[in-house]
Write a protein of this length. Structure first.
Length: 333
């Protein structure tokens, strides 16, 4: 599920991309090497169609927007079809209000076999998640977007998500299970501070590396994300595809955020000639708490506590950590 473009523009994707879930990326545009505006417009238009075929509607809309502003008339109809607006090269796709995210029930089964037993379904993407209550697991919205079924695994344990509530703007989702998924993680009742040590947990490249949890460490590099997005932190902890939805915890073991995206190094290099280092992003804990409150999901939140031994911290967090699998029909491509 790994889903740039020319001109000087910073793009925040809202759909799946080659980022941190088998997931989403933040991309910075590169300068176009096309000789004329018509050439650039055609390039953007073709790029948009390619992104749409891959399911990345946010990037498709942005490329249609750029093509339209360079005079490619057909792009206007494509923007209307995607329900997107275009302002100065930046496209915005209309999304449900944050107070009413979409609910996605698990697909009905044709037999008593689990959904993953159906030959027509296959894994098309992976991510990470963590338990916040006995039947609720948090992840990113882009991890489960477009899935026909979602499974949640921890070691040999496997659970099916019976319902999903999600908020595309916050890029958060909560998966509900019939079975108990304890132990759970405790949230911090305040956001992390600039310079604070943090630890990211998840299952990066789970289809290629080991199936065991991975840990990376860093700091809060900035208290806002791209374009001063105050709902996110910028963090230095390394993230890879598959980390999306995993918990970002303080050294006290409380959850301060949710890993969400990486900065695309190749796009930055094309634009600046330099490679960015350790630039990743996480949704803030305060945004997560509001999201969970909105859906009546019970969770525990406490003030910051003294730091723990990192080995003890890892043991505590990974006990409530889950790998998320997105299943889709073979017909979905």
């Amino acid at each position: 599920m790994q889903r740039g473009m020319p001109v000087v523009l910073l793009l925040l994707t809202t759909a799946l991309a080659a980022g941190c879930s088998g997931g989403r990326n933040h991309y910075v545009a590169a300068e176009s090497k096309m000789s004329t505006a018509a050439d650039r417009a055609e390039y953007f238009y073709k790029n948009a169609k390619l992104h749409e075929e891959r399911g990345d509607l946010a990037r498709a809309a942005t490329n249609f927007c750029l093509a339209y502003e360079l005079g490619y008339a057909q792009a206007r109809g494509q923007l209307e079809r995607l329900n997107a607006s275009c302002t100065k090269g930046v496209a915005t796709i209309a999304a449900p209000p944050a107070t009413q995210p979409q609910t996605i029930p698990a697909p009905e089964k044709e037999s008593d076999e689990p959904a993953i037993g159906k030959p027509s379904l296959r894994v098309v993407g992976t991510g990470s998640g963590f338990a916040v209550s006995e039947n609720a697991v948090v992840t990113n919205e882009h991890v489960i977007d477009g899935c026909r079924a979602v499974t949640i695994t921890r070691g040999v344990e496997e659970y099916a998500a019976i319902a999903v509530k999600s908020d595309r703007r916050a890029d958060l989702a909560v998966l509900f299970t019939e079975d108990t998924v304890s132990p759970i993680l405790t949230l911090r009742d305040s956001d992390a501070e600039l310079g604070e040590d943090v630890v990211a947990f998840g299952f990066p490249y789970s289809l290629y590396l080991s199936s065991t949890p991975k840990v990376s460490v860093g700091i809060i590099s900035a208290t806002a994300g791209i374009r001063d997005n105050t709902s996110e932190y910028q963090i230095s902890a390394p993230l890879q595809p598959g980390n999306s939805g995993g918990p970002l915890v303080g050294t006290d073991g409380t959850v301060v955020g949710v890993s969400v995206a990486m900065l695309d190094s190749n796009a930055i290099h094309e634009r600046t000639g330099t490679l960015p280092q350790n630039v990743n992003f996480a949704v803030k804990g305060s945004v997560l708490r509001v999201f969970l409150d909105a859906y009546g999901v019970k969770f525990s939140a406490v003030p910051a506590k003294p730091s723990m031994d990192r080995r003890k911290l890892a043991k505590q967090v990974t006990s409530a950590l889950f790998a998320i699998q997105c299943w889709a029909s073979s017909a979905d491509g």
